[in-house]
Design a protein around this ligand. Structure first.
Ligand SMILES: Nc1ncnc2c1ncn2[C@@H]1O[C@H](COP(=O)(O)OP(=O)(O)OP(=O)(O)O)[C@@H](O)[C@H]1O
Length: 208
């Protein structure tokens, strides 16, 4: 692959007290690459993404991100009293986005447009997750970290998500997705398994 490395992780370690979860994680993701991170429950996948996005500080190691970052956490980051539209306006201001056209496209792809005036507290779990994903992507980031972003999605939305992930990749975005399902690997360029606190060498995804 000749495209530029836009996410470079070198020797990242992270412990919670005496529990060493990450023991020297190395990872490189290129522009236009869709990479899956798999591993057993408790392997440290969420910890890794939280460290990569800066929510948690690594104990050791280096993280270099070249470009704007989008992060979709496993738990939704919504204000129950705000409607979908109010969330979008809030994040539009935070991201300093002039036009919401890209956001409207995301709403349409994920089937969220009809919930525009619904407060977050009245949204179903899967619909909250859709909004969580839109908020992570609406500024059209160059590097995207997604922590099981399709939890609670129905089948149609699950398929729409993977189509969206492929479009992001085809547009040059570097996408890292935590995945639990073996069949997701067919949709990925590469799969990395987190085991024993390190990422094992790349397994080719289905596209390669
Ligand atoms: N804030 C925290 N304080 C202490 N221990 C934590 C904290 N967060 C996670 N852990 C522990 O670190 C380990 C890794 O957790 P993490 O959530 O990163 O794993 P995961 O691979 O994402 O798991 P899952 O597949 O269940 O989502 C687990 O043993 C967990 O109990």
């Amino acid at each position: 692959m000749t495209s530029e490395v836009v996410l470079r992780v070198t020797g990242v370690r992270k412990s919670y007290g005496s529990r060493a979860v990450l023991r020297g994680v190395d990872l490189q993701v290129h522009q236009g690459e869709l990479v899956g991170i798999v591993g057993e429950n408790g392997a440290g996948k969420t910890t890794l993404l939280r460290v990569l996005c800066g929510e948690l500080r690594a104990d050791h190691g280096e993280i270099a991100i070249d470009g704007t970052l989008g992060y979709c956490p496993q738990r939704t980051v919504l204000d129950d009293e705000l409607t979908v539209a109010q969330h979008l306006r809030l994040f539009q201001t935070a991201y300093r986005i002039a036009s919401l056209q890209h956001t409207e496209d995301l709403l349409a792809v994920l089937g969220l447009a009809q919930h525009r005036d619904t407060p977050a507290k009245a949204l179903s779990g899967g619909t909250r997750q859709k909004l969580n994903l839109v908020l992570a992507l609406m500024h059209d980031p160059e590097v995207v970290l997604l922590d099981e972003p399709y939890q609670g999605f129905d089948w149609e939305t699950y398929l729409a998500f993977w189509k969206l992930a492929a479009t992001l990749r085809d547009n040059g975005c570097a996408v890292v997705v935590i995945s639990h399902f073996a069949h997701d690997t067919e949709r990925l360029d590469a799969v990395r398994r987190l085991r024993g606190g390190v990422l094992e060498p790349a397994m080719a995804g289905g596209r390669v």
